[in-house]
Design a protein around this ligand. Structure first.
Ligand code: HEC
Ligand code: HEC
Length: 503
């Protein structure tokens, strides 16, 4: 009797373990070539670590990559007489590289000493996505743009804080509104009593172009100040390995979403989003799995990059031929004084080269994999369940660019959305992603991030100054894992971070 109970317990234990998740392939502990054959080898940290074409591209492909590289750094101009025209009439920055610094990430603005808040001016890598919560259940259809966020009437789905000359007579250089940033500080206390100061950027908006004085309430009013408007900050992300992320098999991502990790409170979710390429091809249901953007809100590098060209910079192109603010009073007033430029402003060649570049940046190799502290940290990364979301490895499937097909890669992301708790939430729905959900960020290249841009911040809005702060912000589905991290002795916490530094 006792024996069979024991047997049952053993069986239950093993079947339970098998159901919980496909075992994590622990070969990541020593893996050096994070991007498979695309990897560029770096023996030590380098400011150039993210700026290289994938190592296995053909000569012709490298030439195209280089053409795209120049465009990625091109400062677009709003002077219609120049060859590089197209900037504006509203925008968040003038070139791709300004927000994706040296193909890495951006940084939050610096608060001038003695000041509580700072105005976002030229050359900021952070901007606000905006939309209104319409309260409708999103059954995707053409009528609701396949479940896309609803733009704020008179604005767009992104707040453009910069504008072309002559757009705002009242505020030269401003876009739809001005955006200010301040910090809210808090303290995390470890079980061992040591503390870490955390900071979160808070954004406020002033001077929207539609504002007026309401004599009844005695306040300034604007559509942007209505209660149904949601705003979420976004920081420019690293550009490495994006072609490889496109090549991860959809079935592999779905299998990760289907895992039962309820014991840890983890439930990864797919985002199904509008796909401009399917739409251009006349597909009646232009919806695909989201893979890019901080909430997986775009399906491909093509969609994301040309959306950024039109949105972030204001340069229309064959995928997005209309300015983001077409149909708003601000646009109508602007074109009344200045005839619109011929559309699209970027040629097909410019657009395609930018996309090719964005798809083909190499992942750098890992460093210090033999270091015993790094090895210990790599094992702790699994023991504290970081791997439940930061899935260490995949073997890629087919890709249009052969260099990315059939590669064993180590991106440390399950490509899924997770509820990360109220501390990180922006409260803004994006297709199927809720206001609490974010995509698990890939961790490859993490150790090079602040070599490339010393002020670069981690997480979706760049709030975390260190890897430790980034981990301590984890909540929601990651609460279990974060707590296990916090309970580690200090030298183990340091070892785990040293592992991330080796990536
Ligand atoms: C004003 C800053 C800014 C500019 C300019 C900008 N980006 Fe981005 N980029 C971002 C932000 C912020 C995100 C994350 C967007 C989101 O989650 O909604 C992003 C995301 C991306 C991604 C997806 C990366 C990932 O891992 O999901 C690609 C690709 C990209 N940008 C390409 C470009 C290209 C190409 C250009 C120039 C045409 C460009 N970006 C210009 C800020 C910028
Ligand atoms: C429940 C899923 C989940 C677990 C478990 C988890 N993470 Fe994350 N991690 C995320 C998500 C989602 C983000 C992105 C959050 C954001 O953008 O604000 C993230 C972001 C990060 C970042 C910042 C990445 C960047 O590019 O800025 C680091 C570093 C990180 N995680 C490390 C860890 C470590 C270490 C552990 C284990 C102690 C862990 N994570 C456990 C989901 C998870």
């Amino acid at each position: 009797m006792q024996k069979s109970t024991l047997l049952l317990a053993i069986q239950l234990f093993f079947s339970g373990a098998a159901m919980a998740a496909p075992a994590i392939d622990m070969d990541y502990v020593n893996a050096v070539m994070s991007g498979g054959d695309t990897t560029v080898i770096f023996k030590r940290e380098s400011i150039q670590a993210f700026r290289n074409p994938a190592a296995n591209l053909s000569e012709e492909e490298v030439r195209r990559h280089m053409a795209g590289d120049a465009l990625f750094e091109r400062n677009f101009s709003d002077d219609p007489g120049r060859f590089d025209h197209g900037l504006g009439p509203v925008y968040n920055n003038t070139n791709c590289n300004a927000c994706h610094a040296k193909d890495g990430r951006g940084a939050l603005p610096v608060l001038p000493i003695g000041q509580e808040k700072v105005l976002l001016r030229q050359n900021e890598a952070v901007f606000l996505r905006i939309s209104i919560e319409d309260g409708l259940k999103k059954v995707k259809s053409a009528a609701n743009h396949w479940g896309a966020p609803v733009p704020v009437p008179g604005f767009s789905d992104q707040l453009f804080h910069l504008g072309s000359y002559g757009l705002r007579e009242d505020l030269e250089g401003a876009g739809q509104a001005q955006v200010w940033m301040s910090f809210e500080k808090s303290t995390f206390t470890y079980p061992d009593g040591s503390t870490v100061e955390l900071r979160k950027p808070i954004f406020t908006v002033t001077s929207p172009y539609d504002q007026y004085f309401d004599s009844v309430t005695g306040q300034m009013r604007s559509r942007l100040f209505e209660k149904d408007v949601k705003m979420g900050p976004r920081m420019g992300t690293p550009m490495i390995g994006l072609g490889l992320l496109e090549a991860i098999k959809e079935s592999d991502i779905r299998a990760l979403a289907a895992r039962d990790l309820s014991a840890e409170g983890v439930h990864g979710q797919v985002n199904m989003v509008f796909d401009i390429q399917k739409s251009m091809a006349g597909d009646p249901y232009p919806v695909s799995m989201g893979r890019f953007g901080l909430k997986n809100n775009t399906p491909s590098v093509f969609h994301q990059s040309l959306g950024a060209l039109r949105g972030d910079i204001g340069v229309t192109n064959y995928a997005f031929p209309d300015e983001s603010i077409v149909g708003t009073a601000l646009y109508d007033k602007f074109i009344a004084t200045r005839p619109p430029l011929p559309e699209p402003q970027a040629s097909k060649e410019v657009a395609d080269d930018l996309v090719f570049y964005s798809r083909t940046l190499a992942v750098p190799s890992r460093r210090n994999v033999e270091n015993p502290i790094v090895i210990r940290g790599a094992n702790l990364f699994h023991q504290t369940s970081c791997t439940s979301c930061h899935q260490p490895s995949f073997v890629t499937g087919h890709h249009e660019i052969p260099a990315f097909a059939n590669q064993k890669i180590y991106p440390y992301t399950d490509m899924l959305l997770h509820d990360m708790g109220p501390g990180l939430a922006d409260g803004r729905q994006d297709f199927d992603a809720t206001g609490n959900q974010w995509k698990t960020r890939p961790l490859w290249g993490m150790g090079q991030t602040q070599t490339i841009n010393p002020r670069a911040g981690f997480l979706h809005d760049g709030r975390a100054r260190t890897l430790e702060e980034a981990i301590l912000w984890h909540g929601g589905e990651a609460e279990y894992s974060k707590t296990r991290f916090a309970q580690l002795p200090k030298e183990d916490r340091i070892a785990l971070i040293q592992f991330i530094r080796s990536l």
